[in-house]
Structure formats: structure tokens, C-alpha cells
Design a protein around this ligand. Structure first.
Ligand code: HGY
Ligand code: MN
Ligand code: MN
Length: 420
């Protein structure tokens, strides 16, 4: 396999160029899915891919596919991630996976390198799950986990549906989401955790991801005057929510180091200085590598609701809105990642992802693996998120070589045993 090399400067330039679309004063990106800013970066991606001779298609969840033909008429080997971000997102979460894939495809294009399988770069809609819950919505529809109509009906906190948002930016494509077979899928991503940096390693060969669940909780009490209502007569929903948030944190700590538990989204109503809050809505995020342990974390939280709300005279509702089991990636694809790291003379280790990724759902319908690179302090979902030009380049080089390695495997398999 010719040792093709990606262009580190060019990759870095595309990362910085697109980071300006939704760039924040603190150096991060706020580019929520299906907003005008998301449209701008999607248009940028489409134009760049078309200059490389790719055919760009869009499915009815807005997911974009940029295809470079191969010599064989087989499903493409795809690589990609997502271009949407958190409200206080960084420059690399998702963007690195899409832009490194574009850089790898450009390297093939400029070298005139003929692959056996078509090669495709993918931008999945709404990976973050920040504007529309749950996370990885489009890859979930792609994998047949979510019904498309259910996904289109998901609403943001302003009552705008995902389907309406797709139409508003003109990215509801014609292709039926999921009717798009893949030979394999590789996703490059920053680790979003501290392990690779702590062990001074270049590459993570990601073998899977932990199980994760989201719950929407509403605690209901009674709006009341903060001055005229005696303490013992109050039904303070925010007090109940505060005690429940404490319990969520305790559940995470009780199941550490594998378990994590968080409340990141909360809405207090009426949120007025001199009204005892009558209603609080919040979202609980529970994760663990073992689904059985996650079950007991879930039941611990379910038990906490009446324990906390009862004495305070509060009502409560809890709805599980996302349930992503632990994922195991394809051993052949993971082996391609390991070989690619070795070919590039980079240090690597196997690891499991704490974060969810589109690859988690895609792995249900195609052979899939992920590649991690370190990020500074393991910080992500934070405007200070950072991976260096060298770290990004190493990840992109391994992505290119892993795809070529797997392409060769497909080609050899097509020729039958014993013939090369
Ligand atoms: O929630 C996650 O792990 C991912 O960032 N969507
Ligand atoms: Mn991501
Ligand atoms: Mn993310």
C-alpha cells in the first residue's frame, strides 16, 4: 500500500476555517443542529466535496454523503462524524471526524489513487442531542433504532420540530434515511477524556462504547409568594429538584469509576425572584459500561423520586427518552485501525468510549470502528477544547490508512481465497 500522507496544514486550515462558522469569543463553536449556522457549514462541506469530484447526496434526516467512486460496484467504505456542536462546544468534537475524512479523500483524489470500494464522507445530523433530544438522532434513524416520523416530530425547547428545522435550512433530502448500505464505517474523534494524554499515546483503537440513558423529569409543586408564604406551607419544586440532583450525583459516585451520572439541563418555572417555584423540568444522564449496573443506577434514581418529593408535597413524572446499550465495534475494522497506527509508527492502545458517537448506531448496520486522538486535559463540550495540529494530523493519517487497509481486505476477499 503506497504510503499516502494527508496534509496536516490543509487539515488544520479547514478546521480553523469552519470553526469560524458559529465561532465564539472564547474560541469555541456554537453551531446547533439545523440552524442557519449549520446550513452554512453544510453548504461549505458540500461545495468542498464537489470540487473533489464527489457526488453529494442528502437523506430525509439531513445526513450528507459525499461519495468518491471505486473500481468495484460495492457499498462504500464510509468515514465521518458530525458538524453540529454543543452551545459551548469546541473546535474539534465532530468537526475533526468530518474534516479529517474530507482531507483523507482529498489525498486519494490528488494522488489519483483508485480504491476497490467507493469511499464516502458522512456528516450526520444532530449527533449532539442538545437542541433536539435524544443524541445521535439521525444515525439512530439510519440504523433503524428510531422511526423517521418520530425523529421528525422531536421538538426543541421552543416547540420547533426537527422536521420543520430541516425544511427551514433546506436539508430535508430525498433519500430515505437508512436505505444506504455501507461496507464499513470509520469515525475519527477526539477522546473527550484524559486517558491518551495521561499515557502519552497518539491513538486510541476504540473497541466499543458504554451504555447510556437519558430521562426527562418534571417536579411539580405550587407557585407561591416568597414573602407571604410560611416555610412549612410551601411546595417548592426547585428545592425538590435540588435534592434530586444531589441524589443523581451520589448515584454516579456510588457506581464509580465506571458509572457517571449528571443533570445538565434544567428549567425552573416561573423563574421569578419572588415566586416559590411551582415546576421544574430537568434531564438526567446516566452511563456505565455494564447495562446491568446501569439498571440498578436507574432503579436507585426512580426510588429517590418519591423519597425526596413526598415529604415536600411535590408530584413528579419521569420518562426515559433514550436508551443506548453498550456497543462493541467490529473486530476486523478495529484491526485495521491498529495496523494503520503501526504503519504510521504511532503509539496506540485499545479503549472504550465514554461518550456516545454516531458510530455507536452505525455499528448496528455496518462494520464499524473508531479512532481517538488525545485532547488537552481530556476537556470537551467546552470552548477550551483543544487538540494540536500534530494530534489531528496523526488521527487523520490513521483514518486514511485504516480505510485503505480495509479496502484492501475487501478487494482480497472479492478475489477469493488464495488468489491475490
Ligand atoms: O452525549 C454524548 O455522549 C455525545 O456527545 N452526543
Ligand atoms: Mn461528538
Ligand atoms: Mn459531543
Amino acid at each position: 500500500m503506497r504510503n499516502l500522507s494527508i496534509d496536516p496544514e490543509r487539515l488544520w486550515d479547514t478546521l480553523m476555517e469552519t470553526a469560524a462558522i458559529g465561532g465564539t469569543a472564547k474560541g469555541g463553536i456554537c453551531r446547533l443542529t439545523l440552524t442557519e449556522l449549520d446550513r452554512q457549514v453544510r453548504d461549505w462541506f458540500k461545495a468542498r466535496a464537489e470540487t473533489l469530484g464527489c457526488r453529494v447526496t442528502v437523506d430525509d434526516m439531513g445526513t450528507m454523503f459525499a461519495r468518491r467512486p471505486g473500481t468495484a460496484d460495492v457499498p462504500p467504505i464510509a468515514m465521518g462524524s458530525h458538524l453540529d456542536t454543543q452551545p459551548t462546544g469546541g473546535k474539534f468534537d465532530g468537526a475533526l471526524g468530518v474534516l479529517a475524512a474530507l482531507e483523507a479523500l482529498r489525498t486519494l483524489h490528488e494522488a489519483g489513487y483508485e480504491t476497490y470500494a467507493p469511499i464516502e464522507v458522512v456528516n450526520f445530523t444532530n449527533e449532539e442531542g442538545s437542541r433536539f433530544a435524544p443524541a445521535m438522532t439521525a444515525s439512530g434513524v439510519f440504523a433503524g433504532v428510531f422511526e423517521r416520523d418520530w425523529a421528525h416530530a422531536r421538538q426543541d425547547r421552543d416547540g420547533v420540530s426537527l422536521g420543520a428545522a430541516l425544511d427551514a435550512i433546506g436539508y430535508r433530502g430525498a433519500e430515505r434515511c437508512g436505505a444506504h448500505p455501507l461496507s464499513a464505517f470509520f469515525e475519527l474523534h477526539i477522546e473527550q477524556g484524559p486517558i491518551l494524554e495521561a499515557e502519552s499515546l497518539d491513538i486510541g483503537a476504540v473497541t466499543g462504547a458504554q451504555a447510556m440513558r437519558w430521562y426527562e423529569v418534571t417536579v411539580t409543586g405550587q407557585d407561591a409568594h416568597t414573602g407571604a408564604t410560611p416555610m412549612h406551607l410551601r411546595k417548592n419544586a426547585l428545592l425538590g429538584a435540588a435534592r434530586l440532583i444531589e441524589r443523581v450525583d451520589a448515584i454516579g459516585r456510588a457506581h464509580a469509576p465506571g458509572g457517571v451520572a449528571t443533570v445538565g439541563l434544567i428549567e425552573n418555572k416561573p423563574n421569578s425572584r419572588n415566586v416559590v417555584p411551582g415546576e421544574v423540568f430537568f434531564c438526567v444522564d446516566l452511563r456505565h459500561p455494564d447495562g446491568h449496573v446501569l439498571n440498578s443506577m436507574e432503579s436507585d434514581f426512580a426510588a429517590a423520586l418519591p423519597e425526596v418529593c413526598g415529604p415536600l408535597g411535590l408530584d413528579h413524572t419521569m420518562q426515559k427518552i433514550w436508551d443506548q446499550p453498550a456497543v462493541h465495534f467490529d473486530p476486523e475494522c478495529v484491526a485495521s485501525v491498529r495496523r494503520a497506527a503501526e504503519l504510521s509508527r504511532l503509539t496506540a492502545r485499545d479503549m472504550v468510549s465514554g461518550a456516545g458517537h454516531d458510530a455507536c448506531y452505525v455499528s448496528r448496520v455496518a462494520r464499524t470502528a473508531m479512532i481517538f486522538v488525545p485532547c488537552r486535559g481530556g476537556i470537551s463540550h467546552n470552548e477550551a477544547e483543544f487538540s494540536s495540529k500534530e494530534q489531528c494530523a496523526k488521527g487523520a493519517q490513521v483514518l486514511l490508512q485504516a480505510v485503505l487497509d480495509y479496502d484492501r481486505t475487501l478487494a482480497e476477499r472479492s478475489r477469493g481465497p488464495g488468489r491475490s
